[in-house]
Design a protein around this ligand. Structure first.
Ligand code: ZN
Length: 462
């Protein structure tokens, strides 16, 4: 009896400060904000339109919002709800920009947020306006319900995630206004939930990403007449170097995230895949398992090592002219802990040709360590995943791409990637950056609840 009573008190204390939300009633408002955001064409240079919308909505609710701009058309917006300061802040962020569209590929207006067949169609409907809308709704509900907080909640909507050549977005905020967004934890795009047979089976939490470390490969030789073969032909040297790099397998290395990822995937996958995931971790069977992934699942293969992928070639001015220079661009994606300078040194050894130079391109993202899995935030995300998507498995994952989380992780913020549910087929055919993008309306509401539960779970006063 006494035990029961204590359990009751603990449960009551744990939930006492988090109001229950009538989600059915809130659907209308969630959909309205989400569609309004998708309807704003916020391709690079137009982010201010989203900022104006957010500012109006936040301030109407009595939440002060400040803008920070390197370029006035590409401003960033920050709003903060104060906690009692007993814990360090939580940063919830989403980027405001979207990639461009080829209108002729769309069956509907790409900025119409058209509702058809159970989906909301539009550029940004997956990347990144669900997170933006969910973060906004979380702020509004926290304020309206006057939720007492142990930590500040910082809302950031940043520009230029997709194309930030001038550093207007996260680079500007981290570089010039870091005290406005400094936090213990961050939550943003970079994860997602997998829907199979009408339910979410896997929740991927993004806890690491590879680091872009692109380089040019430049071969030099003596120019001359195309009728006279030369052994120092720059094109021959470049192609030999590319061939060697293509056949080279850089060392495999797992981190906390990828090791856990493959272990958990092995536990829930069909037998052939499960064996491959298990064998990766077995020194005797690893080589064959890696081959299998290289052929059948290249994105998982890329999680094993720093990858070197030639993406552009440039040489020659005429059919009868031997050029003195030939060049390739390499998209190199490094493991989070890679020493890039050492890695270039290894590449140089593999190429083993003094006529070929490796010329690093300017870094677009800083090297960033993987986020820890042993934090209060990760535990909350696991708990919330099970609550919102019963029966699902939570799996930490490393993105082979890059996001604004890199800048945050590089500054010591433990950052976690989340995202709404989607079927594999829908992700492939209607995913982020695709010709056509759409989100199932039925994925939107649970995702907003997921964000709300994570925010209150980590920050509400207990
Ligand atoms: Zn994005």
């Amino acid at each position: 009896m006494k035990k029961l009573w204590i359990l009751f008190v603990v449960a009551a204390a744990a939930s006492a400060q988090i109001p229950s939300i009538d989600w059915e009633k809130n659907k209308v408002e969630i959909l309205q904000h989400y569609r309004a955001l998708v309807q704003i064409d916020s391709t690079a240079g137009n982010e201010i339109r989203v900022v104006e919308y957010l500012k109006k909505v936040l301030e109407a609710e009595g939440i002060p919002a400040a803008t920070f701009a390197l370029d006035p058309n590409r401003a960033n917006i920050v709003a903060r709800l104060k906690g009692n300061g007993s814990k360090r802040p939580l940063l919830i962020l989403a980027h405001t920009d979207v990639v461009g569209v080829q209108r002729e590929k769309w069956p509907v207006d790409p900025f119409g947020a058209v509702m058809k067949d159970g989906y909301i169609w539009g550029r940004g409907s997956k990347d990144d306006k669900p997170v933006l809308a969910a973060n906004l709704v979380a702020m509004l509900l926290l304020k309206r319900n006057n939720v007492p907080l142990d930590r500040d909640i910082i809302f950031l909507a940043e520009s230029g995630e997709e194309a930030d050549t001038t550093g207007v977005g996260i680079n500007f905020m981290v570089g010039k206004h870091f005290d406005e967004i400094d936090a213990e934890f961050a939550m943003t795009e970079g994860g997602g939930a997998k829907i199979e047979g009408n339910r979410v089976t896997v929740v991927n939490i993004g806890t690491a990403e590879k680091v872009p470390a692109r380089a040019r490969l430049v071969a030099n030789g003596i120019s001359g007449h195309g009728s006279v073969p030369r052994l120092d032909n720059a094109i021959l040297h470049l192609s030999a170097a590319l061939d060697k790099l293509g056949k080279w397998e850089s060392p495999m290395r797992l981190n906390d995230t990828t090791r856990t990822y493959f272990e958990k995937m092995a536990a829930i996958s069909p037998s052939e895949e499960a064996a491959v995931y298990r064998n990766i971790l077995d020194p005797k069977r690893s080589a064959a398992a890696q081959r299998w992934l290289a052929e059948k699942d290249p994105s998982k293969y890329s999680m094993l090592r720093t990858s070197v992928v030639p993406t552009m070639l440039k040489a020659g001015v005429g059919a009868n002219v031997i050029p003195s220079e030939a060049e390739a661009t390499l998209d190199i994606r490094a493991l989070p802990d890679e020493n890039i300078a050492d890695f270039y040194g290894e590449m140089k050894k593999v190429i083993n040709d003094p006529a070929v130079r490796i010329v690093p391109l300017p870094a677009t993202r800083p090297p960033s360590p993987a986020t820890r899995l042993d934090t209060e935030m990760y535990r909350v995300l696991e708990q919330v995943s099970r609550q919102i998507y019963p029966g699902s498995t939570v799996i930490p994952s490393m993105s082979t791409g890059a996001s604004d989380q890199a800048q945050l992780r590089a500054r010591g913020i433990q950052s976690y990637g989340i995202g709404p549910g989607s079927t594999t087929e829908d992700t492939l055919n209607f995913g982020a950056h695709g010709d056509v993008e759409r989100l199932a309306e039925s994925s939107l509401y649970p995702f907003v609840q997921f964000v709300w539960s994570a925010v209150t779970g980590i920050a509400a006063h207990r």
